[in-house]
Design a protein around this ligand. Sequence first.
Ligand SMILES: Nc1nc2c(ncn2[C@@H]2O[C@H](COP(=O)(O)OP(=O)(O)O)[C@@H](O)[C@H]2O)c(=O)[nH]1
Ligand SMILES: [Mg+2]
Length: 221
Amino acid sequence: MAGVAWHYVLKFIITGDAAVGKSSLLVRLTDQRFLANPDPTLGVEFGSKLITIPEENKVVKLQCWDTAGTESFRSITRSYYRGAAGCLLVYDVTSRQSFVDARSWLTDVREHADPHLTCILVGNKIDLCIEDGAHSAPGKRRREVSTDEAELWAKQEGLLFVEASAKSGQNVEAAFEQATRDILDKIRRGVFDDDRSPGVKLSRPTNSSLALEETGKSGCC
Ligand SMILES: Nc1nc2c(ncn2[C@@H]2O[C@H](COP(=O)(O)OP(=O)(O)O)[C@@H](O)[C@H]2O)c(=O)[nH]1
Ligand SMILES: [Mg+2]
């Protein structure tokens, strides 16, 4: 891998109800920190992170887009979803409503994004849950969505699944890695290509490894 900054650039989108922790997951991924009182996201925010997938001997640059806009006006979604290879569909394990609403976010994703996009369902805020049988404690909440129920729904919908905490950092990088492995597998199988993945370009450099580059690369990343 000498001299190679990255082998692939993959665009990820993060979607789900307001306050489920989308921005916090992105900040945890890119900055390894957690803000108890983050500013609400204005429009679309962007974060970038290099990750290594050792068994593939590949370095991948994740470009992650985090929204607020779609929470109140979903009309910008088309441009937001365009070219995304991966999606984090986030709900809060202590909010049943956010899990119910994940269905309509998934409908939006299916309507606007590449049909081959890899989507991972992320149950966030597991650090908040009161353990089974434990009494309530300050700052803790009852879990409203069981792991089994979410896992079953994810399976039915063909989604990957993980529970995570932006606060503790548990499973945050793992969520992105799991989705990235799945995307790399699709690239290997030729699922993503120039015609079917607008905004994403596949090319074969001379060293015969596949490179995935965004077309019309902007200066932001
Ligand atoms: N305890 C806990 N709080 C979280 C977690 N993720 C986010 N939060 C809090 O939930 C609130 C909303 O988070 P934010 O990232 O702005 O949500 P967004 O609207 O989906 O982007 C903030 O007060 C965060 O500090 C988590 O994993 N655990
Ligand atoms: Mg936000």
